[in-house]
Design a protein around this ligand. Structure first.
Ligand code: HEC
Ligand code: HEC
Ligand code: HEC
Ligand code: HEC
Ligand code: HEC
Ligand code: HEC
Ligand code: HEC
Length: 306
């Protein structure tokens, strides 16, 4: 019986993808359940197949979890490279369990990390020391199951980006705190692009097509891709020969700030519609009232004379 058990374990081990950390997965693929992390609850189970199919499936667990030894862990310890160490104090603000692993992305994706750090999102964390801006996992999901962006399960696939950005940009608390326009997702959906997007058009621009992915700026920043010359260039990626006049078309319907005319135009229209309705209804009511009054009055008059 024990021999059989060991045989099963060995076969299971051989089935584990060759380069993945079998040492860690021996426990973590079998373990079920959640544990309390530094900030919130985490799931300790790792799905071997999903991990192996991910873009990082060939890596050792310790490529990211650099301070973990195997076995029922001795407390994570050991030195980490300087570029990782430097990030840890900031990343710790958002990390649930292992800020070292969450900072390790910089080792293999240094350019992207730099871009993110200098973006309006990175500034939120690295300069303002807030926790509302996104780090890698906020947009890419679990670090163990990241798939190529062309895969429809990717959080940044054309079909899913709206939801990924919307987690925060439809959150009233965040939108208010940073004085941003509310409902940018809804307002995108109402634009000429958004309407086609909903119908499944694959070539229309989505959030990151216009704003960028890692190098997002404030909409009115000098180097913004959604204002002035930058905007003309952005539109020009698909609309050959786009001019400033063409680029003036609203990308988010009635977001207001850059487009006061449609914004106040809509308000005026609403006022007009209600005005006309109100007028018509009161007119009808008054007329009905006059009719009734006349009838009663005439009847009364007639009554007197007959
Ligand atoms: C012998 C079983 C076992 C092995 C092998 C193992 N772990 Fe764990 N691991 C656990 C248990 C049990 C917990 C939950 C600890 C708790 O509830 O406090 C855990 C928790 C964790 C956590 C959550 C945070 C923490 O520190 O508690 C991480 C991250 C982790 N393991 C990574 C790894 C990595 C990476 C390896 C391989 C280098 C590994 N583990 C190998 C049993 C194991
Ligand atoms: C590409 C980098 C990377 C690799 C490879 C990696 N992890 Fe992680 N892991 C992370 C990050 C980042 C976190 C989240 C850290 C945080 O929030 O503080 C994490 C979290 C965890 C947790 C806590 C639960 C959770 O999902 O948040 C466990 C357990 C864990 N990893 C185990 C493993 C094991 C076992 C392996 C190898 C099979 C592995 N990790 C491979 C980056 C990685
Ligand atoms: C040890 C090096 C290494 C580390 C550490 C690492 N990555 Fe990667 N990552 C890669 C490589 C290599 C690829 C490309 C894989 C491919 O093209 O198949 C990749 C691909 C990706 C992709 C691209 C998916 C796509 O659309 O093609 C994302 C997103 C990603 N990594 C995020 C992260 C995050 C987040 C972290 C930190 C938690 C991280 N990586 C840590 C090496 C690494
Ligand atoms: C604000 C959301 C967001 C954050 C934060 C973010 N990404 Fe991305 N990432 C995206 C989007 C969207 C794409 C898809 C880009 C595309 O379709 O061209 C992407 C694509 C990628 C790719 C694929 C290669 C490429 O450029 O297309 C890699 C690798 C990657 N991200 C790594 C990271 C790492 C590492 C971090 C953390 C430093 C990170 N990302 C943070 C949204 C984000
Ligand atoms: C076709 C290009 C385009 C697309 C697609 C797009 N935007 Fe915008 N976005 C803009 C422009 C241009 C502005 C500047 C305001 C304006 O002119 O309406 C802007 C402004 C913003 C602002 C700042 C609003 C404020 O007043 O604070 C946010 C946040 C934003 N967009 C997020 C998103 C998100 C999330 C998506 C995906 C649903 C998205 N955008 C899709 C072009 C675009
Ligand atoms: C984890 C939450 C979160 C996610 C996910 C997120 N953002 Fe943001 N975003 C923020 C916060 C917070 C700010 C304001 C930061 C500040 O001003 O300090 C911001 C600012 C912005 C701005 C500048 C707004 C302005 O006032 O001009 C744009 C544009 C933007 N985000 C676009 C995006 C896009 C596109 C995505 C998806 C690819 C995205 N964001 C995903 C939280 C998020
Ligand atoms: C990723 C490519 C892409 C980008 C970038 C892009 N568009 Fe479009 N746009 C499209 C597609 C695709 C359609 C739908 C065309 C169709 O159905 O024939 C469209 C439709 C339109 C329409 C409707 C009228 C027409 O010509 O069909 C306008 C107006 C428009 N875009 C303006 C803009 C503006 C302004 C920008 C820059 C802020 C922009 N677009 C950026 C791809 C793009």
């Amino acid at each position: 019986m024990t021999k059989f058990f060991f045989a099963v374990v060995i076969v299971a081990l051989l089935c584990v993808p060759a380069a993945a950390s079998t040492d860690c997965l021996i426990c973590h693929s079998a373990m079920q359940g959640k544990m309390e992390g530094r900030k919130g609850v985490v799931d300790v189970h790792i799905d071997i197949e999903k991990f192996a199919d991910s873009v990082h499936g060939d890596f050792q667990c310790t490529d990211c979890h650099m301070t973990y030894g195997t076995g029922p862990h001795t407390p994570p310890s050991g030195d980490v490279p300087a570029d990782v160490a430097e990030l840890i104090p900031f990343v710790s603000l958002k990390s649930k369990i292992d800020p070292v692993a969450q900072s390790a992305c910089v080792i293999c994706h240094p350019t992207i990390y730099k871009e993110l750090r200098e973006s309006v999102h990175g500034e939120n964390i690295f300069v303002k020391k807030e926790t509302d801006g996104p780090l890698c996992l906020d947009c890419h999901g679990s670090p163990h199951y990241i798939v190529p962006k062309t895969d429809e399960n990717s959080h940044v696939n054309h079909a899913n980006v709206l939801h990924t950005c919307g987690k925060c940009h439809e959150d009233e608390k965040i939108v208010e705190k940073y004085d941003m326009s509310a409902h940018v997702i809804e307002k995108y959906k109402e634009s000429f692009h958004g309407k086609k997007y909903i119908l499944g058009h694959k070539k229309v621009p989505i959030c990151n097509t216009c704003h960028g992915s890692h190098n997002i700026t404030k909409w009115d920043a000098p180097d913004s891709p959604v204002i002035g010359e930058g905007k003309v260039k952005t539109c020009g990626k698909c609309h050959a020969g786009a001019t400033k006049k063409f680029a003036a078309a609203p990308a988010h319907k009635y977001i207001g700030k850059e487009n006061p005319i449609p914004y106040y135009g809509e308000k005026l229209l609403i006022l007009l519609v209600f005005g006309v309705f109100g007028f018509t209804i009161s007119h009808v009511l008054l007329e009905a009232f006059a009719e009734i009054r006349d009838n009663v009055f005439r009847k009364k008059k007639g009554g007197h004379h007959e």
